[in-house]
Design a protein around this ligand. Structure first.
Ligand SMILES: *[C@@H]1O[C@H](CO)[C@@H](O)[C@H](O)[C@H]1NC(C)=O
Length: 487
């Protein structure tokens, strides 16, 4: 059984802010560092902290405090006095968890099996390869459960290619076969992942460029559109890809039929692309074409629209919103493509994931699972950063802060979790990025991100009469799993 979702693609956002440096946290792949998740006891929580200063998923725990309602009201009334021995008002805040206000259900989190990622991974020893996959997909790793993979080549390949390049104008696609990259790089990596993972890992796939004979400019990149006579062949191209991967027992869960359709329209993109204007995407169908897509995929780059556009999309179309690509370092103004140990990049990932999740996005897929120290290979020299950098000569890989940022979500927000609302009860001056979920097991998972350079005192009202107080360190990410049951 396969549930197939067609996902159209729009282009999206993130705020790119000032740069940073340092903090060389190096995690050798040899021993690895396992991350275990401890279920909290009734009326308790377990918290995991990662800080710029160097903590990585450091565990702590505590109990939910109970108050009588009257006492709570008095405390709220006397809040300033109550907190007199704590820091100044901007370092304090209160959050209210509203378990009954439920929003989107989560599909998952993950990364991309590109040719480049598989090529780097494949250079490691068997033991380190295993460590690598466990770090991302294992029970003692980040427990990723989504993968994105390109249909044919992307820029993160050693050379540009597509399926069925020859014969020319072969509308029936008579020569659609596995490539070297499928057989020896991507499929082995995906199958390895599926063996290691204890849960279903869903795979989505995207086309960058179709065979160039389908395109108006007959080139892999540059300004191009699909030749109208090949609309059907283009659709079949996707079906043939799914059939090919089915032979390797890999089910494709979702498709986006063109990666970043705007890339084939704007002049400075120099890698595999196909241009689409919205009107042409609807051609051959009618204004009802929205019926035939299950979701809308969004990417991380640029900052063209505020996240509230997702609320509008959600209200208007009620489709699955999924963030399907993100990386740091791709912009023309990014002087450093790879910035080893950058906390600033982890911080931007965290801010973006929290913002997306608070605006109906149901999952977040990172770009290349790993790259080499240069940020490649990439045939178009479009080098970028990744959460893991591989150093084959030393049989090592380095987990960057972005790796841990991803884990603060992927490890603790299981598929099927539902977002719940978090509100500020007072006119709070102290603010902290937050997002909360109710897991299928009935626990609450709350992710807090303190981007301030000072510690915050956070009071979390779990319900009308119970709360937790917790200190959130400067420049840190905390994930709390809270068991609100009484016994
Ligand atoms: C089929 O594809 C392969 C690989 O691109 C190519 O070498 C071969 O010539 C193609 N066959 C035909 C009949 O064009």
């Amino acid at each position: 059984m396969r549930s197939l979702h067609n996902i159209a693609l729009i282009f999206s956002f993130i705020v790119i802010t000032k740069s940073d440096q340092k903090c060389r946290e190096r995690d050798l792949g040899i021993e690895g560092r396992s991350i275990t998740r401890d279920p909290p006891d009734a009326s308790s929580y377990v918290a995991y902290t990662t800080t710029r200063a160097g903590k990585r998923f450091e565990k702590s725990n505590g109990r939910i405090q109970a108050f009588s309602r009257l006492q709570k009201e008095l405390n709220d009334f006397n809040r300033n006095e109550e907190n007199e021995n704590e820091g100044p008002f901007w370092t304090r805040t209160t959050l209210v968890l509203n378990q009954n206000n439920r929003y989107q259900t989560i599909h998952g989190f993950g990364g991309s099996v590109t040719d480049a990622a598989a090529y780097n991974w494949n250079k490691l020893s068997e033991r380190t390869k295993h460590n690598f996959i466990s770090s991302y997909f294992g029970e003692d790793g980040l427990e990723y459960n989504l993968i994105r993979t390109p249909i044919g080549g992307a820029d993160f390949s050693t050379h540009p290619y597509t399926y069925n390049e020859y014969p020319w104008n072969d509308a029936a696609l008579t020569n659609f076969t596995f490539t070297y990259e499928d057989l020896f790089l991507k499929i082995p990596m995906i199958k390895y992942i599926q063996r290691v993972s204890k849960q279903e890992v869903k795979v989505m796939a995207s086309t960058w460029s179709p065979p160039v004979w389908m395109k108006t400019n007959e080139h892999i990149t540059g300004f191009s559109q699909l030749k109208p006579e090949f609309y059907q062949s283009f659709a079949d191209y996707h079906v043939k890809f799914m059939e090919l991967y089915e032979k390797a027992e890999i089910d494709i869960w979702a498709l986006t039929t063109t990666n970043e359709p705007i890339n084939g329209i704007i002049p400075f993109v120099t890698f595999n692309s196909l241009g689409w204007f919205p009107a042409e995407m609807m051609e051959n169908a009618d204004s009802d074409s929205i019926k035939y897509i299950d979701g809308i995929a969004v990417h991380y780059y640029g900052n063209f629209a505020p996240a509230t556009i997702f609320d509008e999309l959600q209200n208007r179309y009620n489709k699955i919103l999924l963030a399907t690509e993100a990386c740091e370092g791709p912009m023309p103004w990014d002087v450093m493509r790879v910035k080893l140990g950058s906390w600033e990049r982890a911080h931007r990932y965290t801010k973006n994931i929290i913002e997306d999740l608070n605006h109906h996005v149901t999952g977040w897929i990172d770009w290349n699972l790993c790259l080499d120290e240069r940020g490649g290979p990439n045939w178009a020299y479009n080098f970028v950063d990744a959460p893991i950098m591989v150093i084959p000569e030393r049989d090592e890989f380095i987990k960057q802060p972005m790796f841990y940022a991803m884990g603060h979500f992927s490890k603790f927000i299981p598929r099927g979790s539902q977002r719940i609302s978090v509100t500020y009860p007072f006119l709070e001056f102290g603010r902290i990025d937050n997002v909360a979920f109710r897991t299928p097991q009935g626990n609450i998972v709350l992710v807090l991100h303190n981007s301030n350079t000072f510690e915050m005192d956070v009071r979390i009202n779990v319900d009308a009469i119970r709360h937790i107080t917790i200190k959130v360190e400067a420049e840190s990410i905390i994930t709390m799993e809270i068991n609100t049951r009484l016994f």
